[in-house]
Design a protein around this ligand. Structure first.
Ligand SMILES: Cc1cc2nc3c(=O)[nH]c(=O)nc-3n(C[C@H](O)[C@H](O)[C@H](O)COP(=O)(O)O)c2cc1C
Length: 380
């Protein structure tokens, strides 16, 4: 019986008190059809999950030239900021805490999602476009994979503008009421593309040595640090991920360096995503082992981790926080279920990306926030 589950212990994330160690992992759900403006349905979905120790939102575009998935929200217009403010107010009123995941998809995109513009990337490496995951919704409502189209190398000026976009996005997120932000430096998106020796062949201060390849992430953190405290900024990395084909020649060397750098910055947490783990090839032990050697701050882990495995990771001190993604699709009340040792519902195969409330905010739940427990079925 898991009423003694270590996942239910509180945790101080810098100044933010988390009531438990269970994090809702970032999940793109593609339900922002109007110029990336979040909707009331999204608010309902996040509120249903407010009992998580921390919610990390779906990846949210920092600029109009970022989108690997159609219908994803942004945080660069006043309307988007207003839409998110509605959501953070509701989540806080329900007793929750919420960080925004900041996203630039870089080369993982298509002109079809970028108003006809070519995707931007560190070096215009385009030998593997068929391996990049780009998705869009057809007029008939079906959400489907589309071709990535060739990216072009960013000029030094464009690198600077993109770093500025991250800073502005972080400031906008705080303006919208978020408790913090998470930089998406995992899964083959732009910061990851800069870190990787195969997708970054630049010969300026952003390419070459590991230290130079880390400069893009370093400069993003330095800039964000001018507008918010870095103990409210988490960073998601996925050192060995095959997803979106980053092919780093020496990920151990790269991520030993990145882990040390993030330790020096004093970020809120490292979110180590075992992206190969969701497809049954776990790398989690080696990720944890290496990160713990170079990084002394809060370690959040994710990727194919069962509740039982999460309990062991936290009990043994290997991880401080565990993020669950797919479990949160069908179990808005995941924390309550862990407390009650109740079985987890299995997500339906439909409704993961795009569409309405079906497969999104219509899963039965029993919210347990603070001392009050409410049961219910989400209203469509
Ligand atoms: C529907 C869906 C959307 C996802 N979107 C994102 C995302 O926006 N950002 C991100 O970093 N990871 C994203 N992921 C990856 C998850 O955060 C997580 O790493 C992965 O699902 C493995 O965790 P799990 O085994 O707990 O599901 C997504 C996964 C799913 C299933």
């Amino acid at each position: 019986m898991s009423s003694l589950s270590p996942l239910l212990d509180g945790y101080d994330l810098s100044e933010l008190r988390l009531p438990n160690r269970v994090v809702m992992a970032p999940m793109t759900r593609s339900r922002a059809p109007l110029h990336g403006r979040p909707t009331e349905m999204m608010a309902e979905y996040y509120v249903q999950r407010a009992s998580a120790g921390l919610i990390v939102t779906e990846a949210t575009n920092v600029s109009p030239v970022s989108a690997a998935f159609d219908l994803t929200p942004g945080i660069f217009t006043a309307q988007q900021i207003d839409g998110w403010r509605f959501i953070t107010n509701q989540v806080h009123a329900a007793g929750g805490r919420i960080f925004m995941q900041l996203w630039h998809s870089g080369r993982v995109s298509s002109f079809a999602l970028l108003g006809g513009e070519a995707p931007l990337s560190p070096s215009g490496v385009n030998d593997d476009l068929e391996q990049l995951q780009v998705w869009a919704q057809l007029l008939n409502g079906q959400y489907t994979r589309i071709h990535a189209t060739p990216s072009r190398a960013m000029s030094p000026g464009e690198v600077k503008l993109t770093i500025d976009a991250f800073r502005q996005a972080a400031a906008n997120a705080i303006d919208a009421g978020f408790d913090g932000v998470e930089i998406h430096a995992a899964n083959g998106y732009l910061p990851h593309q800069f870190l990787s020796s195969t997708t970054n062949t630049r010969d300026d201060r952003y390419g070459g040595s590991v230290a130079n390849r880390a400069n893009f992430l370093r400069d993003i953190l330095t800039e964000i640090g001018t507008v918010i405290s870095l103990d409210r900024v988490g960073v998601r990395v996925s050192p060995y991920a095959h997803y979106n084909n980053v092919r780093d020649a020496d990920p151990d060397r790269t991520y030993d360096y990145v882990g040390k750098m993030l330790d020096e910055f004093g970020v809120a947490y490292i979110h180590a995503a075992d992206t190969n783990g969701w497809s049954g090839q776990p790398d989690l032990p080696r990720i944890v082992d290496r990160m713990r050697r170079v990084y002394s701050g809060t370690l959040m882990v994710n990727g194919g981790i069962s509740v039982e495995a999460a309990e062991t990771l936290v009990r043994d001190g290997q991880a401080d926080l565990v993020a669950f993604a797919r479990a949160y699709i069908a179990n808005p009340d995941l924390v309550g279920r862990i407390a009650a040792d109740a079985p987890l519902a299995v997500p339906k195969p439909t409704g993961w990306y795009g569409g309405g409330s079906a497969g999104y905010s219509d899963y039965p739940f029993e919210i347990s926030v603070g001392n009050s427990v409410q049961s219910g079925v989400a209203q469509p």
